[in-house]
Ligand binder design. Sequence first.
Ligand code: NAD
Ligand code: ADE
Length: 490
Amino acid sequence: MSLDPLPHQSPATTDGDFRVKDLSLADWGRSEIELAEREMPGLMALREIHGGAKPLAGARITGSLHMTLQTAVLIETLVELGAQVRWSSCNIFSTQDHAAAAIAMGKTGSPGQPRGVPVFAWKAETLDEYWELLDLSLRFSGGRGPNLIVDDGGDATLMIHLGLKAEADPAMLDQTAESEDETALLRRLKMIRAEDPKRWFRTVTQWYGVSEETTTGVHRLHKMAKEGSLLVPAINVNDSVTKSKFDNLYGCRESLLDGIKRATGVMVAGKIAVVCGFGDVGKGCAQSLRGMGARVIVTEIDPICALQAAMEGYQVAKVEDFLDQGDIFITATGCVDAISARQLSLMKSGAIVCNIGHFDHEIDIAGLKRIPGIRRVNVKPQVDRWVFPDGREIILLAEGRLVNLGCAQGHPSFVMSASFTNQVLAQLALWAERTKASPGVRVLPRRLDEEVARLHLDKLGVRLTTLDARQADYLGLDADGPFKSDSYRY
Ligand code: NAD
Ligand code: ADE
């Protein structure tokens, strides 16, 4: 079967103030959310601590973050703390439809009378649907926008900033887009402008902040802050130690292979795996591949990370050195074109290629599609063979988007509990300071980071040593922490 592009079927369920694939999946979703809750002690503790006082009462929160079972626990925690919430996914392939259905239905709802949280997401959205669903998640009643955003990758933040700019300068919506994704965003913004020329102006007057989940989104925020265009205070959740040193590293260590295995069933032992990027995500990927018996090659641009990889015993090389030998290629760089279309065309036939970084341009998929005579043969959802004119082929997973969420279920609940506990603490901070803070990017204080870790110790049976007064005095620390300076790197 040769398909290009794949035909798309829109989901049927669109009634009510939500859009999900199939509401009848809600009971299944609810059972799995209950399992996830048992593995998310940080979020459950926040419900215990703050559920009574409802510190987020009055806050309208939009989330643009993978609509998974773990995110469902985050959403219901925000609601339990008093917030009004609307949600969309930050990736066209990452939604778990049963989780979305359970959230739309709510604990007390029924298919005839859903009573849950307005969620706008399904697995395998088109790009136009993606931006429409994000748009819907930003629309609260009375023509109002959110007060706070939970962003993952920065698309919600981008939509508001670009939308506002275009209200002053509509011609910018006619600019030539650099990608299909940007084309779809500009198309959506044009529709919004035609319908409501002051929509984003109204939105930003009551927008008090954003908490950003991932490395790539944080890069975008820093860029805006540097240019002076960032409109709101932003909390960089990614760089809480209990996020990037756990989710990015240990999360990917488990979910990368889950994605590759579900997609291809390939035997990893004995294969040559090339990991592009040896940051937090790349370190987790390399470790799991080696653990399963692969021979791992690392590529890096940063001499420090390259040296770290070498000291861990990995061969550090250039992608081009291993094109004819690599069996599995993984990008984890947050960069563009870590693997170019030409490099794809020179790979050993049958090589598996995937990306675990945030967007779909780490591997030049757009360039791959433009190769004259190339054919796309769909194997199953999110798995394609791309056959070159000479008959050789590569196996591309999730169309070059996050393989762990596109081809599997993302990270396990326990590690997401640490990430999302930071998210809730960030939302609490942004809401508490909503009239005072100015635009800029910051991280949560180390004390809170340590608290997030502390909330996850019991579940693992960890017994922590406590400093006595003499020891605390000797180290110049408070016995309750913080235990490290802000510059400590872990
Ligand atoms: P990081 O900055 O710690 O690591 C990226 C590494 O890639 C750096 O060491 C950098 O030097 C290297 N690099 C950059 N360009 C390169 C190139 N062209 N070739 C080779 N190496 C290059 O970032 P991270 O926290 O590891 O995140 C990496 C990506 O993964 C980001 O896009 C992030 O948003 C995403 N992420 C994904 C998940 C997931 O669940 N899939 C989880 C966390 C983060
Ligand atoms: N990012 C990685 N894994 C995830 C998950 N399970 N849920 C939400 N975001 C994620």
